[in-house]
Ligand binder design. Structure first.
Ligand code: TRP
Length: 336
């Protein structure tokens, strides 16, 4: 039986942190053996709000590739590729742009939210939103559909984009005849990872992220300032682990001593400082194999480049086939 195709990826705008790792990467690592997996480094999409900072996008393409490989995305199973290297996707984006109204793009809840976050770029009236930014969900639809994607594992913020993709596909098939696959979104089991500061989400912009590449010193600094039960004042006060971010992270990274952490904390038999030190130790050990793999690939840049080349070639071959169907059904197949 043919394996189903996964398409997913990230914008290269910074290093990956534990929120990405537990929120989506672990799930991809698990799924990659059972699916034909394509993971894109969405540089074109990153440029929609970083068009004036190409250097940043370029550098982060490399960082993201290293983080993927370090996290266990295995080129034996997964094709890692660079979005801008697939011109067929740009072409499909143009054809798709006739099938979606500007009003519909403005209604996309994720776009709306992002506009509100970026008022400093776009102005509070939104007057200076670029065509490219407003249209990035169309380009994302092309990413998925150009490779015949069946399944798109994403976080909840991406659901509106997948819904928009499905609408575009239905419209396309309606107008030009059955041509394209309608993909399904699959929510990651654990899409939102809290920050050590107690914030609902770990994120770079909130400054509460632990990066996969963080050193022991950086981890120590961040964990030592983590939010614990505010009712616990003295070392031997009993406390509630369920409101403590240190406990949350003990659990997340799979501390084998978790039951003890919990009972000791509730009994007042565990001070927060000791508990944090244990977490630092656990975290350093947890990140060790990830960082060792990262180091290996940092030391073998030619191998990373080859992995990206191979991944891009595989994605491109797939996109070429799909685009032959697209052009034929759109009556754009002028020369054989
Ligand atoms: N929008 C995604 C993000 O912000 C990145 C992305 C681009 C993507 N194209 C995609 C995700 C296609 C899944 C499928 O991280």
């Amino acid at each position: 039986m043919e394996r189903k195709v996964i398409i997913t990826g990230d914008r290269p705008t910074g290093k990956l942190h534990l929120g990405h790792y537990f929120g989506s990467i672990v799930n991809r690592v698990k799924m990659q053996k059972d699916y034909e997996t394509y993971i894109l480094i969405a540089d074109v999409q990153a440029l929609t709000d970083n068009f004036n900072n190409p250097e940043k996008v370029r550098n982060n393409v490399k960082e993201l590739a290293l983080d993927y490989l370090a996290s266990g995305i295995d080129p034996k199973y997964s094709h890692i590729y660079i979005q801008s290297m697939i011109p067929e996707v740009a072409e499909l984006t143009v054809y798709f742009s006739n099938l979606v109204t500007v009003a519909r793009l403005y209604r996309n809840p994720t776009t709306k939210f992002e506009v509100s976050q970026k008022e400093n770029i776009f102005g509070s009236s939104g007057e200076s939103i670029t065509y490219g930014f407003l249209g990035y969900p169309v380009s994302q639809a092309a990413d998925i559909v150009a490779l015949d994607g069946d399944v798109v594992p994403v976080g909840d913020d991406q659901l509106p984009h997948i819904e928009q993709t499905r609408e575009i596909v239905r419209k396309f098939n309606n107008v030009y005849g059955e041509t394209l696959k309608e993909p399904d979104a699959v929510l990651s089991p654990n899409p939102r990872i809290k920050g050590l500061d107690g914030n609902d989400k770990m994120s770079k912009s909130l400054g509460n992220a632990i990066y996969l590449a963080d050193t022991e010193e950086e981890i120590t600094k961040k964990v030592m300032s983590a939010v614990t039960d505010p009712k616990k004042i003295k070392k031997d006060d009993p406390a509630d682990p369920n409101v403590c971010m240190v406990y949350y992270y003990h659990k997340l990274i799979g501390n084998k001593n978790l039951d003890n952490v919990c009972t000791e904390c509730k009994k007042g038999a565990r001070g927060c400082v000791g508990c944090k030190k244990e977490l630092i130790n656990e975290m350093v050990n947890f990140l060790k194999p990830i960082q060792e793999r990262r180091k290996y690939y940092e030391d073998h840049p030619e191998e990373v480049e080859q992995i990206l080349k191979d991944g891009t070639e595989a994605a491109r071959n797939k996109a070429k086939e799909v685009m032959n169907r697209v052009r034929k059904n759109m009556k754009l197949d002028y020369f054989e």
